[in-house]
Write a protein that binds this ligand. Structure first.
Ligand SMILES: [Mg+2]
Length: 234
């Protein structure tokens, strides 16, 4: 079985700032064990540095797909790199964001994310600043998530991340594929996985694109435990 797992909001609850979303060590160990039985890939919008901040060292059993599919790692080792685009100088944007306390700019490889979960003012002001910046520095793609706006300057998204990873594994189209995510950024991947005959689940809300949904992160782990146990019986 191939299991794709989003990180923020799926394997850890969403936090006010991305760097606070640390993995529980017991759950990390559980994922490592799960990855001994199935091919487990964490698919995140974070880049490797930001992911390591909250996850620590990636065990060699686990795959990691960073920056919405730009790079594939096996453990700590980079095994495939699709990152080509470069982010523009974010200086002018940072300058403007100083006037909007509570906003947080996450600089990543080939993209940037503007978080405003802790911003208490008029949200349209944040969007205005973001839009005027991307007008001057047009990205290839913009993604709006939960209180976050992302500008992607390279050719990658989670759908491509899924496709590239399956290709990387030489997937035989028979092995079952599962995807679990929680955000609009996961939707393309969810659709693709279902097109390919796999199962996809959403966390926190029911969506027509997904097969089913989990109420929260704890439920995700309970489901993953059943996948672990199913194999244990043989
Ligand atoms: Mg997420």
């Amino acid at each position: 079985m191939i299991i794709f797992l989003d990180y923020d909001g799926t394997l850890v609850p969403l936090r006010e700032f991305p760097y606070l979303a640390k993995i529980d060590p017991k759950r990390k160990e559980f994922l490592r064990k799960l990855a001994k039985k199935h091919k487990v890939a964490i698919v995140t919008g974070r880049d490797k540095r930001s992911f390591s901040q909250v996850f620590g060292e990636v065990p060699p059993e686990l795959y990691l797909i960073t920056s919405h599919g730009a790079r594939i790692y096996k453990g700590e080792k980079l095994v495939a790199d699709f990152l080509k685009g470069k982010t523009p100088d974010l200086g002018p944007l940072k300058e403007k964001l100083r006037e909007l306390p509570g906003t947080f700019l996450e600089e990543k490889e080939g993209c940037f994310a503007l978080h405003y979960r802790s911003f208490e003012g008029d949200e349209s002001k944040v969007k205005e600043v973001f839009c005027s910046f991307i007008k001057e520095n047009p990205p290839l793609r913009v993604i709006e998530g939960k209180k976050v706006l992302e500008a992607l300057y390279g050719d990658f998204d989670k759908r491509k991340g899924v496709e590239r990873f399956l290709k990387f594994l030489n997937w035989d189209r028979k092995e079952e594929v599962i995807y679990i995510g929680d955000d609009t950024t996961d939707l393309d991947a969810v659709r693709r996985v279902r097109e390919l005959g796999g199962r996809a689940y959403f966390v926190g809300r029911e969506l027509p694109e997904a097969e089913g949904f989990f109420g929260d992160v704890d439920e995700v782990y309970r489901f993953l435990e059943t996948l672990q146990e199913a194999v244990d019986q043989y």
